[in-house]
Write a protein that binds this ligand. Structure first.
Ligand SMILES: C[S@@+](CC[C@H](N)C(=O)[O-])C[C@H]1O[C@@H](n2cnc3c(N)ncnc32)[C@H](O)[C@@H]1O
Length: 240
């Protein structure tokens, strides 16, 4: 199967946001069609932030979020941005979809500590070395491999030396040799797709090193379901 980019990524995610934003982010079949309550949805973000920060603390005991700036790349409606806002001095949520960001703004009780910024296909709109912690969960998997590489490079550009990146992406399907999987969703404004793009672990590890990162650890990740081997990478931006 060859790589492709669907209709504009922004238009695709805008359609999904307008259709059923919470379900497009956490595609639990039992919650399809408006089945998520805001309370249950955002509680998953708090649990995930707790889990990620506990793993970070145990791998890098001297890392402290207090006073730091976090990036939540592909923030959606702020599920994690909000949760990180309770720990970091400031969080910047970046997303390609203006419709996702409008929803994030509308239900953001952490105003002042979280800023939402529209992303773009070619980079992360933040200054070099401006971030202490770059987080991205269930996002890179939705963009083609070449774009994933670009964003991983960007994580290490926006991180200050010694800053940490935590990001997740699937390496392979356990039975199918394809590199791209997708589901189609009919929305009121046209069809939308939820794509899953594979980025093999060995290639991610090489990419991290080439981008100026040092891998701290790699852990198994269950967010793509039992059919996929998916990994969460924790890496540090090398100091000069
Ligand atoms: C499955 S949702 C995850 C949202 C959020 N990370 C969470 O876990 O709640 C994927 C998000 O990635 C965003 N996204 C997709 N492609 C992107 C890109 N190239 N740049 C930034 N965000 C992107 C989508 O708009 C969507 O909000």
């Amino acid at each position: 199967m060859s790589e492709f980019v669907s209709q504009s990524t922004r238009e695709n995610w805008d359609r999904l946001a307008e259709h059923d934003a919470m379900w497009a982010i956490l595609t639990d079949p039992a919650r399809r069609g408006g089945g998520w309550t805001a309370e249950a949805f955002f509680a998953t973000g708090v649990a995930e932030a707790d889990r990620v920060m506990a793993a970070v603390r145990s791998a890098v005991p001297n890392f402290s979020p207090a006073g730091g700036v976090a990036l939540d790349f592909g923030c959606g409606i702020g599920r994690l941005s909000r949760a990180f806002g309770a720990r970091f001095a400031h969080v910047v949520g970046v997303d390609i979809s203006a419709a996702m960001l409008a929803r994030a703004e509308a239900c953001n009780p952490e105003k002042g500590r979280v800023t939402y910024v529209l992303g773009n296909p070619s980079g992360i709109p933040l200054a070099d070395a401006s971030v202490d912690f770059a987080y991205s969960g269930i996002v890179l998997q939705h963009v083609p491999r070449s774009m994933q590489e670009g964003y991983v490079r960007e994580f290490f550009r926006v991180l200050r030396p010694g800053g940490l990146a935590w990001f997740q992406t699937p390496g392979r399907h356990l039975r199918d040799l394809g590199r791209i999987f997708f589901g189609q969703v009919e929305t009121a404004t046209g069809p939308a797709r939820i794509e899953l793009h594979m980025f093999p672990r060995a290639d991610v590890e090489a990419m991290v090193a080439a981008a100026g990162g040092e891998l701290v650890n790699v852990s198994a990740d269950a967010s793509c379901g039992a059919d996929f081997e998916s990994w969460a990478y924790l890496a540090c931006r090398r100091r000069p």
